[in-house]
Design a protein around this ligand. Structure first.
Ligand code: SF4
Length: 311
């Protein structure tokens, strides 16, 4: 698409959003042209907070299905639209509500902490939700004598065990994109770019190993944490170990600094399903509406409210 065609489509989208009284929310991993047309770009926690706070009638959610479900639970009176219903998540798909019920039955009395990358039905079976931005605070808010079932991301879980000193029971799920960033990718960059700071997302297959590097220039951070760190750092070169979509936002919000992906393969095909054409169609035609059954939403809301409340 030419720049002129892209700009025209973005103007059409802004106009449709105004007429529908819609707010456009976009995840950090969305395509650059989607991030640029959005009202708000952020991580799961930030997007949940925006969805809960907005006055708009409609939320056009540029992300994946479980995120739109979370918005629908937090704002039941609003219409939540997802531009492509096939935008799923391999991590969320790694555990079903039936599997979680069986796991709970094997561990009676345990507290269930679910990463936000889960279906509404799994959240409904959980005591707490968390994102990578507040997972440590959520674990630390649970009394030390309580057993914790943590799901579905084992890499985030292993990182949490290291930073909190708590033993967690871990579900062995993973995000194929982040798990694909291997310690070898990081080690190669560490030797080739000794002047660079390394920013690592805790979902990565290398995150718990990176903690062991102890070199003072490796930082395990949520995507929002990466942006704050880059803005505040006196350093000018950063290697980024997460989905490559974050690089666009880092370049915009920390101008004049250099950001390089440790793995160009770290691209989530689900996140990239949202295109300007699909976003335009979604706002023009009011599709695809994402809803959550009332009974599931009521049970899931408590866990999500605790996530939004814990900073
Ligand atoms: S990057 Fe991984 S966790 Fe995030 S939406 Fe894609 S598959 Fe799911």
């Amino acid at each position: 698409m030419t720049v002129i065609a892209e700009t025209a489509l973005q103007e059409e989208i802004r106009d449709l959003a105004r007429r529908r009284d819609a707010v456009i929310l976009a995840h950090n991993y969305q395509l650059p042209e989607i991030q640029d047309v959005a009202d708000y770009v952020g991580d799961s926690l930030g997007l949940s907070r925006e969805a809960a706070a907005t006055d708009a009638d409609t939320i056009a959610f540029c992300g994946v299905h479980f995120m739109a479900e979370t918005a629908a639970i937090l704002s039941p009176e609003k219409t939540v639209l997802l531009p492509d219903l096939d935008a799923g998540c391999s991590l969320a798909d790694s555990i079903t509500a039936d599997q979680l019920r069986a796991w709970k039955a094997e561990n009676p009395g345990a507290i269930v902490v679910s990463y936000v990358n889960t279906t509404a039905a799994v959240k409904a079976e959980s005591d707490y939700c968390c994102t990578s931005g507040n997972a440590k605070a959520v674990i630390e808010a649970i009394p030390a004598d309580r057993e914790i079932l943590f799901l579905p991301d084992m890499h985030l879980g292993m990182w949490l065990e290291r930073v909190t000193g708590r033993k967690l029971r871990l579900w062995l799920g993973e995000c194929h994109v982040h798990a694909g960033i291997r310690p070898g990718d990081v080690e190669r960059w560490q030797s080739e770019a000794p002047d660079a700071e390394l920013l690592v997302h805790p979902e990565c297959g290398c995150a718990s190993q990176c903690m062991a590097f102890g070199n003072g220039r490796t930082h395990v951070l949520s995507t929002e944490g990466m942006i704050r760190f880059a803005q505040g750092s006196p350093k000018s070169r950063f290697l980024v170990a997460t989905e490559t979509g974050i690089i666009h936002r880092l370049q915009k919000e920390a101008p004049g600094k250099s950001f390089e992906a440790v793995s160009e393969r770290a691209v989530c095909r689900f996140m990239k399903m949202t295109t300007l054409g699909k976003l335009r169609d979604c706002l023009r035609d009011g599709k695809h509406v994402v809803t959550v059954p009332d009974d599931v939403a009521a049970k899931a809301r408590g866990a999500i409210d605790r996530m939004v409340a814990i900073g």
